[in-house]
Each structure stands twice: as C-alpha cells, then as structure tokens.
Design a protein. Structure first.
Lengths: 310, 286
C-alpha cells in the first residue's frame, strides 16, 4: 500500500509527502495505542484474577496487617537493663531479662549453625565437582558429539529445575531426617546451576590453545586438561564461591522439611510459639550469612585479583 | 631420549631453557601450591561423607526403589482431586504475580529513596538501605512462616512473603540502576525549571524503565518457582498440595503435580522472555 502511495505522491508537490508521513504516523500511533490498551487490559485481568484467587482483599489486609505488627512485637525479647549481663544464679538458672536467659540454647544454635555451614561446604564441593565434569560435554564448542552434549545439558536442566526443598523432602523420606538429605538435595541443585554457568564459561574459552593441543595430537581429555581448564579455572572458582554463599542461605532453611541445619530449629521455634527465640535464631542466621558473604568476597578477590573479578 | 635426539634437543638445551625461563617449568613448590587446595578439598569431602553418614544411602535402596516405582506408576487416576490441584496451581501463579507486582510498586518508591543521586540526605538513605538489608537477609520461606503466623494459612501469607522479600531485593537493584544513569538528561530536564516530580518522570524514568521492567520480569520467573515451595510452610499454593499428598503417601499424585509445576515454570519463563522482547527489545535482554 505504501508503495503505490509513494508512486502517486511523486508526481505532485512534496506536500503529499508530508501528508503521507502524517497519515502513516497516525496509523502507527493508532495501532500502537490499540496494542497498549490490549496489553493494559490483559494486565488488569491478570491482576484482578490474582487478587481474587489469593483473597487479597482490603478487609482481610486490614485485619491481618495489625496482627503482623503485633507478631513483631511478640518476638522482641523482654530485656531489662538492670540484669542484662547477669549470669546464672546459684541453682544454675538464668535471670529473666538477661541475655543469658534470651540465649539459653545458644550452644544448640551454635552447633546447628556449624552443621549448616558444613552442609553448605560439602554440598558446594560435591555439586561443583559434578558440574566441573559435566561442563565440558555440555559446552557446545567442546562436546565430543551431539548425543553427549544433549544428554548432559538435559541432565543439568533436570538437576536445577526442581526446587531444593522438594528434593530435600524426597530425600528425607528416602534416607530419614537429618543433614544428609539436605546435603544431597543442595548438591544436586548446585550441580545443575553451576553446570550451566561453567558450560557457558567453557563456551567463551579461546579456541587457540585447543587448536594447539590438537595440532600436537592431543586426545579430547588432554585438550580439556591442558587447553581449557587453565583458561576457565578462575571463573569456575569465582562462580563456585558465589554459589557457596547461596548454599549457606539454602542450607539454613532446608531444615524446614527436616533436612538438617539451623532451619529445623527455626521452624520449631516459629511453630511452637517460642516467640522471643524466633528473633534470637533469626539474628544468628542473618549474622552467619553476612559474615560468610564477607569472607567469601575476600577470598574471591584475594584469589583472583580485582581486575578479573566481575 | 629418542624424541630429544630426533628433534635435536639435548638435555643441555633443556637445562639452559630451565635456567633462562624458570616460570615456564613446573617446580616442586609450584606443584605443592597447585595441588594442596585440591587435596584438602578431597580429604574434606571424604571426611564429611563420614560425618554426614553417607553410608545410609546404601541402606535406603529398597525405599528408593519403591518411591521411584510409585512416582512412575500412576493408579486410580479418576479419583484424583484435579480441581484442587489446579486451584493450587492457579493460587501459585496468583501469588507470584501479585507479590511481584506489589514488590515492584513498592520498589519504585523505595528505590529512589535509596539512590545516592536522588536522595540528598545520607541519613535517610542509610536507614532505608539497612532496612532493605534486613528484608533481604531473611529468607522468603522464613517470611512465609512469619506471615502464616500473622495472617493465617493461605495464599495471602504467600503474597506478603513474596512482596516483602522482593521489596528488599528489587529496591536495591532499582537503586543501583538509578545510580548508574546518565546525568545529562536529568540536568537537561532540570534546566527547564521542572520540579522534582517532573525531573524523576522525564529525566530518570525513561532511562531506568527498561531495566526495571526486565528485573521485575526476572523476579516473576523466580517467584513462580519460589511460590511453589512457599506452600510447604502453609503459605498457600501448590506446595501445600504437594506436601499434603506426600504425607499421605500418594506419590503418583506428587509426581503428577510436580510435572505440572515444571510445565508451568517453563511456560512462564517463555512468556516472560517474549514480553521482555516485545516491551524493551533485545538490547536489554540478559
């Protein structure tokens, strides 16, 4: 249509070109407006449906929101200045209002947090090892043949597709309550997530060292070990450390389904109405996560150097 | 030494090369430095396998087999409560959508409060940022548990949990996007005598909106995943049905529901990618 108009407009004055431009612009704007209105309508329908399905009504909110603040009020411990640092009495009882009273179970929490960190380290190491092995066949430029490539890709997708907590639930059923189920669940998820990142790093590796090893008659294995690994190792390390930080968070909640770590205790104190303990455990968890993040950042920067770190 | 003889390289040549280019050859110290961390990692993994009692995996094989069998063999499919299952899935979607939407709305305001180039008062900025750190530091699942205690079982608790944790993360990302904008457009708008609201509307928003939309769509994807597990603590959605069926040993239904959830997650990922391309073009994707 535009072509015929152009041909017709060429005969008369340039005013037609302006008119043409204006009509064309108006048409474009009109069609864009239609699309925008349609998109807005679709969005409004989605929003309305979501509000209706999740019962997100003002009166429910109005009755619920004050209870949220009420709840936050109840988790604040009754600390008293006068005996904040009071020790235990002669009978070995803690004085109410003191820090010792609030953190009576401190050593239980500390042991569970230690377990949480160990779970994260083990799961990260096992997951990273699996991801390392699979990242070479799962990289499109390195895979020895397409079957191995597709199989390893699908396997990694499956590993990261299922949420950790669901995996943990299944493993708790299979091997019983305890940290082992959590470690395996997190390790599987880590293998999937890191495998994807590692294989992307591999796909960006320079082909020249590989060509060099090919030229002197190296096998596939030798190409990977001598040409690819030295290039990608710093990035692998950095991604594994980042994953470790994520896994510390994951292992601190995976106990909700009975898979070990501080999550078990957190679930217990929240469900059994030991309200001031909730804050006590939460403070420890947030502190642990923050400290681990800081240490891990230091190690990453120290090991790889600032310039390589992105 | 036949290779050396063939190529005309003698032991003396190698020694000379080692002398002039010491870094090109492996040294015992270098080997130790390279392999020690790896050896420690291997020893640690084996030690922790003992600590976490990995041997239990071997004892569990019959239960593993029966579970896998029950996952694959589906029985009495006509008695399954499909209605309940799909209501759960729609609840999950609704929670993810509404939670992300509210989180985005909140982050639009809070993000500007936490950005250095918009908020002139450092004290306000620091307080906002520390509050955001706390919201982010506590896991979504913990927020879910807390809101279940506050507003009762059901999707409302899930929406609030997603909203609160998204508010923490999105506001931080939005604030970073705002801090990275080009000053010139802002100054241009300001030089025409525009007030602060107009400066934000015409100076900031056009630059940051693509980033905002992109981030929020990514959060919609990730929230669809996390909304499925929020139900495990009672915060509504399909997770509640999964854990209920699991406790009732209806493993075939669990497998069916999980398959449905995976399809849903893939569909949302695909849809969100299309919307991102349509709204902001390929430039900001990824």
């Amino acid at each position: 249509m535009a072509d015929t108009n152009m041909a017709g407009g060429g005969v008369s004055a340039p005013r037609d070109a302006v008119a043409l431009y204006e009509t064309h612009r108006a048409a474009l704007r009109a069609s864009k407006r239609v699309w925008n209105i349609l998109a807005l309508a679709a969005f409004a329908v989605c929003l309305g449906l979501s509000v209706w399905i999740s019962q997100f009504y003002p009166e429910r909110l109005a009755s619920g929101v004050p209870r949220i603040f009420e709840y936050f009020g109840t988790i604040i411990p009754d600390l008293e200045w006068s005996n904040l640092f009071a020790g235990r009495t002669e009978e070995g009882r803690a004085v109410p209002g003191s820090l010792t009273y609030w953190y009576t179970d401190f050593w239980t929490y500390a042991a569970l947090i230690w377990e949480t960190i160990l779970m994260a380290i083990t799961a990260t190491l096992i997951g990273a090892a699996v991801a390392f092995v699979l990242s070479f066949p799962a990289a499109s430029n390195l895979a020895p043949n397409s079957w191995v490539y597709i199989l390893s890709r699908r396997f990694l997708e499956l590993c990261r597709g299922i949420p950790e907590i669901l995996l943990a639930l299944v493993f708790v059923f299979m091997i019983g309550i305890g940290p082992l189920a959590g470690v395996i669940a997190i390790a599987i998820h880590t293998a999937g997530a890191l495998g994807k990142l590692f294989s992307e790093v591999n796909e960006n590796a320079s082909a020249r060292p590989i060509d060099g090893i090919t030229a002197v008659g190296g096998t596939w294995m030798q190409k990977m070990v001598y040409a690819v690994v030295p290039q990608v190792a710093p990035n692998f390390f950095s991604y594994a450390m980042l994953r470790f930080e994520i896994n510390v968070r994951a292992s601190s909640i995976i106990g909700f389904v009975g898979a070990g770590g501080i999550g078990q205790e957190l679930n217990r104190v929240i469900s059994f109405y030991s309200d001031d303990r909730v804050l006590a455990v939460l403070i420890l968890v947030v502190m642990t996560v923050t400290v681990i993040d800081l240490i891990s950042e230091r190690i990453r920067i120290g090991y790889i150097g600032r310039e390589n770190f992105s | 030494m036949s290779i050396a003889a063939l190529s005309g390289v003698t032991d003396a040549d190698i020694a000379a090369a080692r002398q002039s280019q010491p870094d090109a050859f492996t040294t015992p110290a270098g080997m130790v430095r390279k392999w020690t961390p790896l050896a420690i990692a291997v020893v640690y993994v084996f030690a922790s396998m003992w600590y976490f009692d990995f041997a239990r995996l071997l004892d569990a094989s019959d239960r593993v087999l029966s579970l896998l069998y029950n996952f694959v063999v589906w029985r009495d499919m006509d008695t399954w409560a499909y209605r309940q299952i799909y209501v759960g899935i729609s609840q999950t979607l609704a929670m993810a959508f509404l939670g992300t939407f509210l989180g985005t709305l909140g982050a639009l305001g809070v993000g500007f409060l936490a950005a250095r180039n918009v908020m002139p008062f450092a004290a306000v900025r620091q307080i906002v940022r520390r509050i955001l750190d706390v919201l982010r530091g506590i896991d979504q699942l913990v927020w879910g548990l807390v809101f279940v205690r506050a507003v009762g079982l059901g999707p409302l608790a899930g929406v609030l949990a997603i909203f609160v944790s998204d508010l923490g993360t999105l506001s931080k990302l939005y604030a970073e996007a705002i801090e990275n904008i080009d000053r010139k457009q802002v100054e241009g708008v300001r030089s025409t005598g525009a007030g602060p609201i107009a400066v934000i509307r015409y100076g900031f928003l056009p630059q940051v909106l693509p980033v905002f939309i992109s981030q929020s769509l990514y959060f919609l994807e990730s929230n669809t995943r996390s909304a499925t597990i929020l139900g495990i603590v009672g915060a509504g959605g399909i997770g509640m049905i999964i854990i209920e069926r699991f406790r009732a040993s209806l493993y075939d239904q669990v497998a069916f529901v999980v398959l449905n959830v995976l399809v849903l997650i893939f569909a949302i990922d695909w849809l969100s990618k299309r919307i991102r391309l349509w709204l902001i073009g390929a430039k900001h994707d990824g």
